[in-house]
Ligand binder design. Structure first.
Ligand code: NAI
Length: 384
């Protein structure tokens, strides 16, 4: 039995407002990716349709209907059919169920969207604001995981690791062929576009490498003590910022103000031969402009795990693009924020959000991206 049916944050919209017995028949829809054999063998792959974020037994015991599927495209998909009367939607950025304005219009009972992870751009947040649908993330759940991946990606590009490893697999041994484009991270200028939880952690982890300078570009300045801790200088003009960096890392959410931010025009302002790492969202970088910049050598390399479409089509140019020396590609599937450690954290966090929702308790403020009728986060664009 649930403890209370009164949920202050959504009370007005709940039929059970004055009931003392909790509603037990809530429909909760989760769109996750299929884990297949890996998920059967590895129960810690919680974010899969097989392991259901570890929530199935618990939700059943609470009397709720819990529908889990990976089928998300087209009007006949489980996602688009079941969303029509679901009250809670759980999605992950790794296999995003794109909740468009039209789907939001059709979702008559929807009150709460939970992103199991960080990054809710797959939801039309403006439409959620209009319809009083709350959007919550498990803030911080995988920021260390991503920051580590960023540092790894910077190193593998700067040190020309991928071509060196491929050479070894091929059976070759030509040191000069890989050393001709290998450098040290020490002494380089590294900058992050976005200095929130991940961007700041990247700067923290880069400091011991002895960079020449650490820079950041963000409309929310770092608190003084944080900027001091990582010895980072803020540059307020984006073109000026990129023109000073040997390495740029992108760590902002995707929203109207960041979609296509790194485009052909901005790439002209990068130092020739700079490296770019993007683990934030693929669509922040213009797909074709990036491929052209890598091909010409304007960028010496591009790495990341996020794509403008996920799963990325087989012929996506980012899978195979190379710099003029045959390297410079550090792309992987979207997994930096879904290590087994991270999955445990975002599965736990999802459960806590649901517990709060069922019990009518306030949510952790940092988790609220869209509250009732308004943005609560300042990270999804500068708004009045
Ligand atoms: P956060 O909210 O702590 O920080 C985001 C920062 O970006 C904020 O400081 C904000 O002011 C800044 N920002 C927003 N728009 C900007 C703009 N136009 N120009 C400059 N700065 C801007 O978010 P957190 O936790 O650092 O995550 C950032 C993003 O990383 C997420 O929104 C998500 O898209 C992505 N991410 C990717 C993962 C992966 O597995 N690849 C996992 C987790 C997050």
């Amino acid at each position: 039995m649930l403890r209370s049916a009164v949920r202050p944050m959504v009370a007005a919209s709940r039929k059970s407002l004055f009931s003392t017995t909790a509603k037990r028949d809530m429909k909760i829809l989760a769109i996750l990716y299929d884990g297949g054999k890996a998920a059967d063998q590895e129960p810690r792959l919680l974010g899969t349709t097989e392991n259901k974020l570890g929530l199935a037994e618990w939700l059943k015991s609470q009397g709720h209907e819990y529908i889990v599927s990976s089928d998300k495209e087209g009007p006949n998909s489980v996602f688009q059919k079941e969303i029509k009367d679901a009250e809670v939607l759980i999605t992950t950025p790794f296999h995003p169920g794109y909740l468009t304005k039209d789907l939001i219009e059709s979702a008559k009972n929807l009150k709460l969207c939970v992103t199991a992870g960080v990054g809710s751009d797959h939801i039309d947040l403006n439409a959620a604001v209009e319809k009083n649908i709350q959007v919550l993330e498990v803030t911080g759940s995988n920021v260390t995981s991503v920051a580590e991946h960023v540092v790894m990606s910077i190193l593998l590009l700067v040190r020309n690791f991928v071509p060196a490893h491929e050479m070894i697999e091929r059976g070759d041994w030509k040191v000069s062929e890989v050393a001709r484009n290998a450098f040290d991270l020490e002494g380089k200028v590294v900058g992050t576009i976005g200095a929130g939880r991940i961007g700041f952690r990247v700067l923290q982890r880069l400091l011991p490498f002895g960079p020449k300078e650490l820079l950041y570009y963000d409309y929310n300045p770092l608190p003084d003590h944080a900027a001091k801790e990582v010895n980072a200088r803020r540059v307020e003009d984006l073109k000026e910022f990129v023109s000073q960096c040997d390495i740029v890392t992108v760590n902002t959410p995707l929203h109207e103000g960041t979609r296509g931010l790194v485009n052909a025009d901005l790439l002209k302002h990068f130092k020739k031969g700079a490296w770019l790492v993007n683990t934030a969202r693929g669509a922040i970088c213009d797909k074709d402009a990036i491929a052209a910049a890598v091909k010409s050598g304007q960028l010496n390399g591009y790495a990341g795990d996020v794509w403008n479409v996920q799963p990325a089509p087989k012929d996506h140019v980012w899978r195979t693009m190379k710099n003029p020396l045959g390297g410079g590609n550090g792309m992987v599937p979207h997994y930096s924020g879904t290590t087994l450690d991270a999955q445990q954290r975002y599965a736990n966090g999802t459960r806590t959000i649901l517990e709060n929702y069922f019990a009518g308790k306030p949510q952790e403020p940092a988790n609220i991206i869209v509250g009732l009728g308004k943005y609560e986060s300042t990270a999804y664009g500068q708004r009045k």
